[in-house]
Each structure stands twice: as C-alpha cells, then as structure tokens.
Design a binder for this molecule. Structure first.
Ligand code: BDR
Ligand code: CA
Length: 307
C-alpha cells in the first residue's frame, strides 16, 4: 500500500504476547491510521488486556490512540480460564511502562458504532486478534453500523491441521464459538488467518537477537516479547507469530494465498467448540491458506527497524 492514503483501522485485541507484536507492527506501519483499539477478554481477563493495550501505547508514545474496553465474557457462555501461555500479566513479563492514560469511558461496541456511522461506509477495517465477542455484539446489536465495516481480518480457526485447544479448534474461535459463528455467518467481508498459516510464520531466538541488535526501540521490544514467548513454553526451537499475520495480510496480501471457502462454526461441546467445517451450506469467507513466510518475516523486520 505504499504512497496511498493510510487505511483507517481498529485493532480488536486481547494482548497477549503475539497481539503485542502485531500492535507494535501496526504502530510501525504508516499504511495504517489507527482510529482506536478495542479490547476483549481472551488470553487473560479484560482488565489486564485493556491495561496491556495502554501499556503498549505508552511505550510507543502513542497515547493519542484511544483504548475502549470491550467484552469481559463470551456472548453466551462462561469465560474460559486463561491459558497462561502469555504469563501472569498476559504479556510475558516484559518491561513495559504503566499506561499514561485511562481507557475511555465509552464501551467498545458503542464507540465502534459511533465511529462506523461517522465515517464513509467501507472505509474502516477491523483487525481482530482475539475472541470475536465485540464484533459479534456489534453485528447483533448495531447491524446498520456493522455493515459499514470495510473488511474484518481475523486471526482464528484451523482448517486442515490439528487445533491448539481441541483437535479441531483454535483458541480465539474456541473461546467464544457463538461469537465466531455470528461473525462468519454475517456475510460481512471477512479474511480469516487460521493456524494452518500462522504456524508457518515463526520466530526463532536468532530472529529475536537480530531484532534486538538493530537497536531500534520497537524492534528491541518485539525481541523481548519473542524471548518471553519462549520462556512460557519449553523445548521449542521457534514460536508462531499468530496475530502479526493479520497485520501482514492487511499490509501485503500478495504474500498470502487466499482461498474462498464456505465455512460453518461449531458451537457444540467443549471439544468441538469453534471448530470450522468446510460446508456447502456455510458462508463464503476468504481464508489464508498459504504464505511466503520468509518474505512475511522480512516485512516484519523492515517495518520494525524503520522507525
Ligand atoms: C491465538 O490465541 C491467542 O493465544 C493468541 O494471542 C492468538 O490470537 C492463537 O490461537
Ligand atoms: Ca490474540
């Protein structure tokens, strides 16, 4: 998207180590104009995900971007226990400052509604990095605003591989399967980035060290986040950069192979919840099914070291 007008985006997120990397990538990308961040419970509870969003903005000196707290629990079932994959603070214990600003008082869905109704239809994209509760609420409660979204790009689901929660379920869709079902069935323009692709875009310790060696502040913070990602697991040679793939797809769609698939979302038992099925009666969605991973990692480095 070089030289064109920045695309107006909202980041809907549950930071989260890989969320944090995706957010820093977005902050480093002049192709995006970030209208605000909405938070959702997921990797950890809503107070912590909201605080982490504020901490990241304080670190980057971007307190001009407002943060709106969203859903504390899924649409219609009790919230999942945090997986603790991202440490006690949800963000791997990295050294981030405290937020310098409180989150806004307006709830996430009310703000999203106002924003979408105030901008020309189709001009705002939502980059979704967590459970889809806020977006589902918007679709259910404010459909006139929701239909004005340009596109939703969401990390979630798994198509052919094994899930990371259940055999066929990925965390974001599993954490609120009813919300995922609403978003997929809505027919809104949706590009899904499933585990099949995000697991290909992996950071090694060498990758983190190269980022740290650049001496650039955002790159060094991402290096710390990747290091902390290793500390929350054992015996891994590399870690998948799930959520940054959303930003990478929005920045450089040519690096991804997108397929139109008809999908339905299971809202069944805990084991199946959030599972995606290719289904002729499902809703057509764009799904990233392939990626040029070395080029995607190069782009991440280029953006993080440019500022
Ligand atoms: C997704 O789940 C979360 O733990 C990550 O932040 C990512 O959004 C991967 O399944
Ligand atoms: Ca996430």
């Amino acid at each position: 998207m070089p030289h064109s007008k920045p695309r107006l985006i909202v980041i809907d997120t549950d930071p989260g180590i890989d969320d944090a990397i995706g957010i820093l990538l977005a902050l480093a990308s002049p192709e995006f104009s970030i209208a605000g961040m909405t938070t959702v419970a997921g990797n950890i509870g809503i107070e912590t995900t909201t605080r982490n969003a504020g901490r990241l903005l304080a670190f980057a000196g971007r307190e001009d971007i407002p943060v709106f707290a969203g859903a504390a629990t899924p649409l219609s079932r009790p919230g999942p226990e945090p997986l603790n994959l991202h440490g006690k603070d949800g963000i791997g214990g990295v050294d981030l400052p405290d937020p310098t600003k409180q989150p806004e008082i307006q709830p996430a869905v009310a703000w999203l509604t106002e924003l979408l109704l105030s901008e020309p239809a189709g001009t705002i994209d939502v980059l979704a990095l967590g459970p889809l509760t806020n977006i589902a609420r918007l679709i259910l409660e404010k459909p006139d605003a929701a239909t004005r979204i340009g596109r939703i790009v969401a990390m979630g689901g798994v198509i052919h591989e094994t899930g990371n929660v259940g055999l066929r379920s990925e965390f974001n869709l599993w954490a609120d399967p009813e919300a995922a079902a609403v978003v997929v069935a809505s027919g809104l323009p949706l590009a899904l980035v499933p585990l099949d692709v995000t697991r290909r875009v992996r950071a090694t310790r060498d990758f983190a060290q190269a980022l740290a060696a650049s001496g650039r502040p955002l790159a060094a913070m991402v290096a710390d986040l990747i290091e902390s990602y290793f500390e929350t697991t054992t015996h891994r040679e590399s870690r998948p950069l799930h959520d940054p793939c959303v930003m990478l797809l929005a920045l450089a769609p040519e690096l991804f192979r997108l397929e139109d698939l008809r999908l339905s979302v299971s809202t069944g038992s805990a084991e199946e919840a959030g599972a995606l099925t290719i289904d002729e009666n499902g809703t057509q969605v764009q799904v990233a099914m392939g990626v040029d991973a070395p080029a995607a990692l190069d782009l991440l480095v280029a953006k993080l070291t440019a500022i």
